[in-house]
Design a protein around this ligand. Structure first.
Ligand SMILES: [Zn+2]
Length: 402
């Protein structure tokens, strides 16, 4: 087998891994570097990598752009495998929210082992900050490769990682992310522990305005639970309604716009327009709340932020009347965006989508791979000191024989 990592050996994101054996060739993820996400005048050719246009199949671990953003470089016929949630996100959500082309993808739901040429590929559901994240186990020529994608051990899906650890045996090569190795001082905070932190904030005599990704379903549930505990109604935008509805198809515990303490503010943006054209908006607007109602009874509500609702708040309320809560990776605040007002935010409630170093060490001790190949990290040189295994450091575009 030949393994080539086109990108991701020296950075967090942009993962793109090719494995070739005989006439069979597959790709694991096809991501774009994180910086491309906030680049204005995005042009895919600026981020082009030397991959072929044709693969027997591509396997996408999860629907974050740094793992799928370059799929448009492939031919339309290429089969793209992912979990049911990943396929749903790539098909229905990504076209609304990102500039990364995902139309016309030949998506295939992967829920059990599939044979592609000489490869047997098995998906394993894991814990990450987006629904449907998987690790992939690849078996070929009597060797087993395990690719983690992005993984953590402190979210609500952490139990899935236990199944991965007990089901995957005799790993020869572990291609493992190491995001947090460069983020020093990161403590392990469980997603469930955030509920009471939000609850305390929501009980204060201010209108909570929470910036959070609707796709981070764990966090959404956390905020919803905190609303229940503090007896607040959660106000969301039509886009969030749509995301929750898609996730809800596969999980009946996901809060829906129709539930009792959720109302919908008609954010004025292009996504709302698309949802209106597609006929979804009419349904969501049965739960509509007006700006006037929010202004009249601010103590009743918790608002999920977006460009439009943030502007509403900043124009109708004084800063001291708002409790601005940022619940995403802090790095986003360093980028020029509509989040500028959040730069002075005093309330920061978040836990990472990535494993702490300690949990990665424990994971390696459990999996006991013969070798680790670092990816999705700025610190591959530190793996040797941190992990109890052989480390194979490779560079972007380098091919090694396994
Ligand atoms: Zn991710």
């Amino acid at each position: 087998m030949n393994l080539t990592i086109y990108r991701g050996t020296n950075e967090i994101g942009g993962n793109c891994i090719e494995i070739e054996s005989g006439n069979s060739r597959i790709l694991l993820d096809c991501g774009i570097p994180l910086e491309a996400i906030s680049t204005k005048n995005f042009n895919i050719s600026d981020y082009k990598i030397d991959i072929k246009a044709n693969y027997d199949a591509v396997f996408v671990t999860h629907a974050h752009p740094d793992h799928y953003g370059l799929l448009a470089l492939l031919t339309d016929e290429t089969p793209i495998y992912g979990s049911v949630d990943t396929c749903e996100l790539l098909k229905n959500i990504a076209p609304l929210t990102t500039k990364f082309q995902t139309k016309n993808l030949n998506l295939k739901v992967l829920d059990k082992t599939v044979q592609v040429g000489e490869f047997l590929v098995t998906p394993h559901s894991i814990d990450h900050s987006i629904a449907g994240a998987c690790a992939f186990e690849i078996f070929c020529k009597n060797k087993t490769i395990l690719y983690t994608g992005d993984i953590r051990f402190h979210g609500r899906c952490k139990g899935k990682n236990k199944a991965l650890i007990s089901n995957v045996k005799n790993v020869d090569y572990l291609i493992m992310e190491g995001t947090t190795i460069s983020r020093v001082g990161q403590e392990k905070v469980f997603e469930d522990d955030l509920i009471s932190l939000f609850e305390d904030e929501f009980k204060k005599d201010k209108l909570p305005l929470v910036q959070v990704s609707a796709q981070n379903i764990d966090r959404f549930v956390t905020i919803y639970k905190a609303c229940l505990k503090s007896k607040k109604t959660l106000v969301i935008d039509p886009y969030s309604c749509y995301v929750l509805e898609l996730y809800g198809k596969n999980n009946k515990n996901i809060p829906q716009f129709s539930w009792n303490n959720i109302r919908v503010y008609r954010a004025n943006n292009s996504i709302t327009n698309v949802l209106e054209t597609n006929g979804f908006l009419k349904k969501y607007m049965k739960k509509e709340i007006s700006a006037n109602e929010i202004q009249k009874y601010p103590h009743k509500f918790v608002l999920k932020g977006n460009f439009d609702i943030n502007n509403l708040c900043f124009s109708k309320f004084k800063n001291e009347e708002l409790n601005i809560i940022f619940s995403m990776w802090k790095g986003y605040l360093d980028r020029p965006s509509y989040l500028d007002k959040y730069k002075d935010v005093t309330t920061y409630i978040h836990t990472s989508g990535h494993s702490t170093v300690g949990d990665l060490q424990q994971f390696v001790d459990n999996i006991r791979p013969k070798a680790i190949i670092p990816i999705h990290t700025e610190c591959k040189d530190k793996y040797k000191a941190l992990f109890n295994s052989n480390i194979i450091e490779i560079m972007d575009n380098e091919t090694i024989y396994l």
